[in-house]
Design a protein around this ligand. Structure first.
Ligand SMILES: *Cc1c(COP(=O)(O)O)cnc(C)c1O
Length: 371
């Protein structure tokens, strides 16, 4: 049967190289993986205990309404239940938003070097992707987006704007005043939903950052996405959160499959959300790791972008594919980012102090070797 050209052209999302694959291909056992912005402390012990407890009822269907988890999210973020939808990772929620708001041929708008999931999900629904150039310092340029929307929104039928804040892989953020100006023009727009992807909020140290949750009361087209994959340490269990206008939440709930978040994930998420000690520790270790990276990268003369996430984008000054290959041979998995148009840069997640040291040491060897 004939398959649509649009789908055959899709480029699948390329995740960080798995540890097992690297072990197989390079024949080494001692591997440091700093490629997927995961929590280096693992899972909260409380979340682990919760999983072990509910595994007893693995033969039962999960709670399709995610009642307890939604309740916990509502308490933690002080958002009414009717605004909350839980997904199989925020990736799934991005997919739902595209399916709900865009017909084939309509468009989404995001920035160059924005998190790639938006374009992958849009492509899967035959939705067009428009990108505005970045501002200096690899920042999302809300002025350029404003201009684009003024000039082209109608013609291109742009329905969704995706604003990762902070962004991955650049680690840069959008300031509250930039958000305010943008929302002054497009907040409450009847044909546009504005999605803030706040996967890394807890790590932000910039003083001019504010969650877009602040604007829920004022504007009825603001959506905020969160994930439990990063600071909450549940990347493997897949839990994403959408906070949206109640009408949006209602439609997404109709589109989603009833058991998209399994019972183990639900139980782990409830426990992870209340393990404040674990969250605080993760934050501390992340900030220390980032400062260590900044110091070492500066010492090596490698330019980097200051990050509001748990990773740093830096310039190797060489072809990143080659640097990556040499690092893999030394058992260090970082993330090449050519798919974002960065040919000499790599993204490095913060790990445990010892893993950070090993990664820096390997980088030092690799870059000196090739000089
Ligand atoms: C990691 C990440 C996510 C989370 O994806 P999940 O599907 O929830 O694991 C979302 N947005 C950005 C910008 C990310 O970096």
């Amino acid at each position: 049967m004939k398959i649509s050209e649009d789908l055959l052209k899709l480029i699948p999302y390329k995740p960080g190289k798995p540890i097992s694959e690297t072990q197989r291909e390079y024949g080494i056992t001692d591997i440091v993986k700093l490629a997927s912005n995961e929590n280096p402390l693992g899972m909260s012990p409380k979340a682990k205990a919760a999983v072990l407890k509910v595994i007893e009822s693995g033969h039962r269907y999960p709670d399709a309404s995610c009642y307890e988890l939604v309740q916990k999210i509502s308490e933690v973020w002080k958002v009414p239940r009717e605004r909350i939808v839980v997904g199989n990772g925020s990736d799934e929620l991005i997919d739902f938003l595209v399916r709900v708001y865009c017909q084939a041929g309509e468009g989404i708008l995001t920035s160059e070097a924005a998190f790639v999931a938006y374009s992958v999900r849009a492509g899967a629904s035959r939705v067009k992707v428009y990108r505005t150039p970045m501002a200096p310092g690899y920042r999302s340029d809300l002025k350029a987006m404003t201009q684009f929307l003024r000039e082209h929104r109608e013609e291109h039928r742009v329905r969704l704007v995706f604003l990762p804040n902070p962004n991955n892989p650049t680690g840069t953020h959008i300031s509250d005043s930039e958000i305010q100006s943008f929302l002054q023009e497009f907040g409450n727009h009847p044909e546009l939903m504005i999605v803030f992807d706040e996967a890394y909020t807890e790590f932000v140290r910039a003083k001019d950052y504010l969650s877009a949750q602040t604007y829920f009361q004022k504007y009825d087209n603001v959506v905020v996405l969160k994930t439990l994959s990063k600071i909450y340490g549940l990347a493997g269990l897949r839990v994403g959160i959408m906070m949206a206008p109640p009408e949006t939440a209602d439609v997404v709930n109709r589109v989603r499959t009833p058991f998209n978040v399994n019972e183990l994930a639900q139980a782990a998420a409830v426990a992870a959300l209340e393990d404040f000690d674990f969250i605080r520790k993760t934050c501390e270790i992340t900030w220390q790791g980032l400062d260590y990276f900044y110091q070492e990268l500066s010492a090596m003369g490698l330019p980097y972008t200051e990050s509001q996430g748990n990773f740093v984008l830096f310039d190797t000054g060489k072809e990143a594919t080659e640097v990556n290959e040499a690092l893999l041979r030394r058992g260090v998995i970082l993330r090449p980012v050519q798919n974002y148009g960065f040919m000499t840069q790599m993204r490095m997640s913060v790990g445990l102090p010892d893993e950070n040291r090993q990664a820096i040491e390997a980088l030092r060897q690799v870059l000196a070797w090739e000089k």
